[in-house]
Design a protein around this ligand. Structure first.
Ligand SMILES: [Zn+2]
Ligand SMILES: [Zn+2]
Length: 307
């Protein structure tokens, strides 16, 4: 599981930072990439990476400000020409359906793959045997959401030698036990899986927030996260400015990470008023509150290891 930053700037594209898009690479887990936001030129950014558009399975939009969605119709359209045949689901606030429909129909774009668009409200928006994705409203000028991605705990490794000692031969029974099912043998003995499995592997939690003021729901979404992505449009000391424009400062992002007991924090959505030199200061002031902080840069990747 890796988080790859395709765009990390606020508001407008800048030379050093394109507008927001983040790829959660789940290649080992499900051979897929989940995208969070698609600012203008997201597909151009992807061209410089190993990410295959046909691998994009889900796109989660945090809010409908242009710097988070202007790249979406182009990306969806190009995917048809890049071998994309599998279904894509786009999740986003109310209005995302109309935006996509109008963009595709006016430009007479026909996709070669099925597209589903889901307009979200607070709660669990996706769930399968691997992941749960839950959303909460944040505080921004227009409805903006944060996503909490929770991986399910995985059953431990099969203790094959122990099973053989108990007289069970490898085969379908092994598979059932590995999946956590109890099995009744021909001689009537019942094999309980927990006695023949190592400790279960804890699932990871990744929280990716849309643009927001410092707010309570951010903390809720980030609780115990292994990795938190929080916007930091402004530097410490600019709290009034951040409040007025519905954004956060570096320090506020760090406060959320600390209060929520996160393992790591990454700052993104950095205003173009800050140059390379200033980035060091931004990350430094966040580290005073939460030492495990990094600052995102376009094309920077972070691994989120298994526990
Ligand atoms: Zn923004
Ligand atoms: Zn915004």
């Amino acid at each position: 599981m890796d988080l790859f930053f395709l765009g990390t700037g606020a508001g407008m594209p800048a030379k050093l930072r394109n507008v927001t898009s983040i790829a959660l690479k789940l290649l080992e887990e499900r051979g897929a990439v989940w995208l969070f936001d698609a600012g203008e030129a997201t597909q151009h950014q992807i061209l410089h990476t190993t990410i295959k558009p046909r691998r994009i399975e889900k796109i989660f939009i945090t809010h409908l400000h242009g710097d988070h969605i202007y790249g979406l119709p182009g990306l969806l359209s190009s995917r048809s020409f890049q071998g994309g045949e599998t279904e894509v689901t786009v999740y986003g606030p109310k209005g995302i359906k109309e935006y996509i429909q109008v963009s595709l129909s006016l430009s007479q774009t026909y996709l070669k793959y099925p597209l589903t668009v889901v307009e979200i409200s607070e709660g669990i928006i996706f769930e399968d045997e691997q992941f749960t994705v839950e959303v909460r409203r944040l505080e921004h000028g227009i409805p903006s959401y944060g996503y909490r991605i929770v991986e399910r705990d995985r059953p431990g490794t099969l203790l094959a030698d122990k099973l053989k000692e108990a007289g069970v031969q490898p085969g379908p029974i092994f598979r059932k036990i590995k999946n956590g099912e109890s099995v009744t043998l021909e001689d009537g003995r019942v094999i309980e899986p927990d006695k023949f499995l190592g400790p279960s592997q804890k699932g990871r939690i990744v929280t990716i927030l849309g643009d927001t003021r410092y707010c309570e729901n951010s903390q809720w979404l980030a609780q115990d996260a292994d990795f938190l992505v929080h916007e930091a449009t402004f530097a410490k000391g600019e709290e009034q400015l951040a409040f007025d424009y519905f954004h956060s400062t570096t320090r506020q992002a760090a406060e959320i990470a600390k209060q929520a007991d996160c393992k790591r924090l990454c700052l993104t959505h950095i205003s173009s008023r800050y140059d390379r030199q200033a980035w060091l200061e931004l990350v430094g002031e966040a580290r005073e509150v939460f030492p495990e902080t990094d600052i995102a840069e376009d094309f920077k990747e972070f691994n989120i290891p298994s526990k």
